[in-house]
Ligand binder design. Structure first.
Ligand code: ZN
Length: 326
């Protein structure tokens, strides 16, 4: 039997040990090389793009003054890590822990691993999710001769059954549900990328699917009526899951394996995913699914690069401070 990829040495090209052994200066160098990859780590002014600067370190952290526009900046200025409180080595360690967790990592666990408050870990996890999601923004999959699978997975809205049997109600009926249940719709290109979004019902996803799947694509879906509207636009293969998982060349098994990862993250790591953040968790798990055969060093570089090239987070910079002043 061939060895599972994650068991091979090739899957491990970075480790927590390696990061924690770095001196702070070395960690900064790693970050700069990732952020300013095109200049091999040489600082580029985020205000005017100038390549010439003076070193003006502050509190042992690198800082630069632009020779052209005279403004000061640090390697994290204008990135997801702007206004950071932890050392850069701790951020790199957080990225390693985050990418190593194939089924996601809870903020509580990351907080314990790094010895930081839950709130700090929560915001950090969401910023890293933002970095992953930035890659899938507006992504269109499929194309002439390509095949994609479309499916939905219902998440959340748990209603606790009553203790006594006589008080119990049928939780499958709409009137007995909490109204918080949402469906994650996944479009998964065979041998390609996974695009996700969250809706109230599968039927609401039609426009999203039409916008994200290129013309000429063959779409695989199950027998649910919700996908009937796609018939006019794409060549469809439908499979009736009551009869078989795969039928007459039609199957949605790849979409299902993505949902399996999402479910395991929900049940095993996060225990509860709030509807508010479901889109973000779904995006994170899609990213992990698509990159499952890359070494962790590669994943580390991609997430760190994304975090370093994204502008500071609108949703998560000062998240708890805003909450407290409300
Ligand atoms: Zn400048």
């Amino acid at each position: 039997m061939s060895q599972h990829f994650l068991l091979s040495a090739a899957a491990r090209s970075i480790s927590l040990r390696k990061v924690l052994r770095m001196e702070e200066a070395e960690a900064w160098e790693v970050f700069c090389r990732i952020r300013w990859a095109s200049t091999e780590g040489k600082p580029v002014c985020p205000h005017c793009g100038s390549l010439t600067s003076y070193d003006v370190p502050r509190n042992g952290r690198p800082r630069y003054r632009c020779k052209d526009c005279r403004k000061d900046y640090s390697p994290t200025s204008g990135t997801l890590f702007a206004y950071h409180k932890l050392s850069i080595r701790e951020y790199l360690a957080a990225i390693v822990l985050f990418v190593n967790a194939a089924k996601g990592i809870s903020a509580l666990q990351l907080g314990r691993d790094l010895d930081v408050q839950y709130k700090t870990a929560f915001v950090l996890c969401h910023k890293l999710r933002e970095a992953m999601a930035s890659e899938m923004k507006g992504m269109v999959v499929g194309g002439e001769g390509e095949e994609v699978e479309v499916d939905g997975c219902y998440v959340g809205g748990y209603v606790k059954p009553a203790n006594h049997k006589k008080n119990r109600r049928d939780r499958r009926l709409a009137e007995n549900q909490s109204g918080k249940r949402r469906v994650v719709v996944a479009i998964r290109e065979r041998d390609g990328r996974t695009v996700t979004n969250v809706f109230q019902n599968e039927a609401d996803a039609t426009d999203f699917i039409k916008a994200r799947v290129a013309k000429g694509t063959t779409v695989h879906a199950d027998e649910a009526k919700s996908w009937d509207d796609l018939n006019g636009r794409f060549a469809m293969h439908r499979v009736n899951h009551r009869e078989a998982y795969s039928w007459d060349e039609a199957c949605t098994n790849m979409a299902e394996s993505f949902f399996s990862r999402l479910r395991r993250a929900e049940l095993g790591q996060h225990h509860h995913i709030s509807g508010l953040y479901l889109t973000r968790y779904a995006g994170e798990m899609a990213w992990r699914e698509d990159y499952r055969r890359q070494s962790n060093g590669e994943l580390f570089k991609i997430v760190a690069y994304r975090a370093a090239s994204l502008r500071q987070s609108v949703d998560f910079t000062g998240y708890w401070q805003r909450g407290a002043s409300r």
